[in-house]
Design a protein around this ligand. Structure first.
Ligand SMILES: [Zn+2]
Length: 259
């Protein structure tokens, strides 16, 4: 099969779910997709993302501390983060943001503080953001409006409303759509996917989680981005090839270090 003009803009190939067959999955990505971005969630996974990017020409890395890992982040990590950004294949700060759902050991105030600090590093280094937002729409939007007016990024696996999307569109942001947009009962995300202009759409899997239909419940993998894009094309009444090409163009505009 020929390679598709399609990137998985968000996949965690560092996950232990890929320990049994990681090399084969990478081979499958190389044969079927144009590339992928592996975001980091802490020190270890950011280093892993950079290691994959060094080993595979079609893999790019993002680096950062995920809100669920924030209680283990220390001040020195900010210096480390800044240093990593000079790596040619580090294309974004992420994934960073707020998670008010999985918040047992990450107080919301600490999450907000570390999110803002990482936004400042995005500004210093000139890189875009990959944002994780779970049940924290209001606070994220407020922080971006106050602290990141001059920055852009993508809301990975966007779960906000059409109203919030309108605000983000004005600010120049992008929207990542993944497996959840293929679930027929996911009315909210499907409404947004129908609404958002073609030049702001990215596709992703968030592998190994959130597997698209018809494989929901099984382990996810980056090549399933094709299923996400095909579903989106059907929903929007456009050709899948056209939408894939548009999403790749968008990805290279946002993540400008990817040529
Ligand atoms: Zn993720």
């Amino acid at each position: 099969m020929a390679r598709l003009p399609l990137f998985d803009s968000h996949a965690h190939m560092d996950s232990e779910y890929f320990d049994v067959d990681r090399n084969e999955v990478f081979k499958e990505i190389e044969e079927n997709l144009s590339g992928m971005i592996n975001p980091g969630c802490d020190r270890i996974t950011s280093l892993k993302a950079m290691e994959f990017a060094a080993n595979y020409p079609f893999v790019y890395a993002a680096v950062g501390w995920h809100p669920e890992e924030i209680s283990r982040m220390v001040d020195e990590d900010l210096e480390l983060l800044k240093k990593w950004c000079s790596n040619d294949k580090v294309v974004a700060i992420g994934e960073v943001g707020l998670d008010y759902y999985n918040d047992e050991d990450a107080p919301h105030s600490l999450q907000r503080q570390r999110f803002i600090q990482q936004i400042h590093i995005a500004r210093e280094t000139g890189l875009p953001l990959i944002v994780h937002d779970r049940e924290a729409h209001g606070d994220i939007l407020k922080i971006l409006q106050q602290e990141a007016r001059d920055l852009v990024g993508v809301f990975h696996c966007y779960s906000g409303s059409v109203e919030m999307a309108k605000e983000l569109l004005k600010m120049g942001w992008y929207f990542g759509f993944g497996g959840s947009s293929t679930f027929t009962n996911a009315h909210k995300v499907r409404d947004v996917l129908s609404y958002v202009p073609e030049d702001r759409i990215l596709f992703e899997t968030d592998s190994p989680y959130l597997t698209p239909m018809p494989f929901r419940g099984k382990r996810n993998k980056p090549t399933y981005t094709e299923l996400v894009a095909e579903n989106a094309a059907k929903l929007r009444g456009t050709a899948a090839s056209r939408l894939m090409e548009a999403s790749t163009k968008n990805l290279k505009t946002l993540f400008f270090k990817i040529k």
